[in-house]
Design a protein around this ligand. Structure first.
Ligand code: GDP
Length: 320
């Protein structure tokens, strides 16, 4: 990998964020020259700023990891901002990429783009097999449009690319703000705080029955770098995940145990469950990456996340 990256000019949008910062760290270790556009300099929701960014910082590979996103809570409270920000950023950035002659556009998509009511593991060929789950439709559809745009831009302009469909992530640097966080970060915060306060109960949302897949963010960054280097087919989106399903109940119990919490879990049925199951089929990923699978087990990843969160609590809570 080292040889490949040493002469590559790379841009990572969202490179100061949760996932993007891990991608940047990995690329820099491999010798890539990485530029991270910051919002104060380039408002990527406008075509002008996207084009200015790419003309001022010409690049071979663009990894579009910037997103306005969050868990099931923010999808209910800020659907319009999710819609507008993600749609305009993606559309304008890809248009600017082809105008500026970028070599390859790697789009970071989401499992929320899948039909929300399918049974079993989600396969790339089923991306269009039904409507998104209503709880994530704004985020899911805007990211899905990147897959549509990539095909069109390859056909008409020859722009190379890859569309990566990410499962639920967790790890250091995530959003730990309860309004915005996804379930893993939300529960890490709740259980660590309950353990510190010796609280008798912890409230967890929903029924505990939904099944989700959890990918440690550093493993995800490795997969993105692998795909940016070697996966080139906009007609075949690529799932990135572990392929392992875990119920929210199991997740809560594992986090509680890893945090040393001894009290009880209380389920709040007034909060939404979201999709019943969201787990990716990762056969295409394994094949594309010569058998690679994410090396970090859920338990190990949660332990690392909890230690990081304890050591950086004030800073983590203040972010986003
Ligand atoms: P989703 O994967 O798009 O549904 O997003 P989330 O990660 O936000 O939620 C996953 C599941 O975890 C849903 O069934 C939530 O109801 C459940 N959950 C349980 N407790 C929490 C919590 O404190 N915060 C969040 N965000 N989800 C929770």
């Amino acid at each position: 990998m080292q040889g490949f990256w040493s002469d590559k000019r790379t841009i990572v949008t969202g490179g100061a964020g949760f996932l993007g910062s891990h991608v940047v760290r990995r690329l820099e270790k491999l010798g890539a020259k990485v530029f991270v556009p910051r919002k104060r300099d380039y408002d990527l929701t406008t075509l002008d700023a996207c084009l200015r960014c790419l003309l001022e910082h010409p690049c071979d590979i663009l990894i579009h990891a910037a997103a306005y996103y969050g868990g099931i809570g923010i999808n209910m409270t800020e659907p319009a901002k999710l819609y507008y920000t993600n749609l305009t950023m993606g559309t304008n950035l890809m248009e600017a990429a082809r105008l500026a002659g970028v070599g390859k556009f790697v789009a970071i998509g989401t499992a929320c783009s899948y039909p929300g009511y399918l049974e079993g593991k989600l396969q790339e060929d089923d991306l269009w097999a039904g409507p998104c789950h209503e709880s994530v439709v704004n985020y899911g559809l805007t990211k899905k449009m990147l897959a549509v745009q990539a095909k069109a831009y390859k056909r008409q302009y020859g722009l190379d690319g890859a569309h990566l469909i990410l499962t639920n992530l967790y790890g250091p640097g995530d959003s730990y703000n309860p309004e915005r966080s996804h379930v893993a970060a939300a529960l890490v915060r709740k259980f660590v705080e309950a353990e510190q306060a010796k609280a008798p109960t912890v409230e967890v949302w929903g029924s505990g029955k939904p099944v989700r897949e959890f990918l440690y963010v550093e493993d995800c960054a490795d997969a993105i770098v692998l795909a940016a280097q070697s996966y080139n087919d906009v007609n075949k989106p690529l799932n990135i995940g572990t392929g392992v399903g875990t119920t929210i109940r199991e997740l809560a119990e594992t986090i509680g145990e890893a945090a040393g919490y001894r009290g009880k879990i209380v389920w709040n049925a007034d909060k939404p469950d979201g999709a019943a199951m969201k787990v990716l089929d990762v056969s295409r990923m394994r094949q594309a990456f010569d058998g690679w699978t994410p090396p970090t087990s859920l338990r190990a990843g949660l332990e690392k996340t909890i230690s990081w969160y304890r050591a950086n609590k004030a800073q983590a809570d203040a972010k986003w």
